[in-house]
Write a protein that binds this ligand. Structure first.
Ligand SMILES: [Zn+2]
Length: 132
């Protein structure tokens, strides 16, 4: 029996949720950005069809929104303890600039992870193609 790959590690490596071996994306890097969301139609290891139904990836918007809100809150807490919020200076605008820059930089990574997390909600390890 082969050892079951770690759930968290395979998620961070953007592996297929079914076999945790095949890559979900064609390129391991987010560059070039235009090809960052290019995925094979089926997993190269277990042949799971990644896009479970037409427009399946639309739902990833909710995942990335949730993660974004979490990240902004985390960033706000860090900012509050390091720089500090003060209504008498520009600290709120500084924070907004940092938060926007951070979210723009994080977006490609966030979009990939959202897909990996979203697919994992529907496909459990070793489950195979969900019935449609
Ligand atoms: Zn697979």
């Amino acid at each position: 029996m082969t050892k079951k790959p770690s759930a968290l590690k395979s998620l961070l490596q953007l592996k297929c949720p079914n076999c945790r071996k095949g890559n979900m994306f064609n390129s391991p890097s987010i560059f070039p950005l235009g090809k960052m969301l290019d995925m094979p139609v089926r997993c190269t290891e277990c042949e799971l069809k990644f896009e479970l139904e037409k427009g399946f990836w639309f739902g990833t918007g909710y995942i990335s929104y949730g993660i974004s809100v979490g990240l902004i809150i985390m960033l706000a807490v860090i900012f509050a303890f390091t720089y500090g919020f003060d209504f008498n200076d520009n600290s709120i605008f500084i924070f907004l600039a940092i938060a926007i820059a951070f979210m723009v930089l994080m977006q490609p990574i966030l979009m990939r992870f959202s897909r990996a997390i979203y697919l994992r909600i529907f496909v459990k390890y070793g489950q195979g193609q969900p019935e449609k």
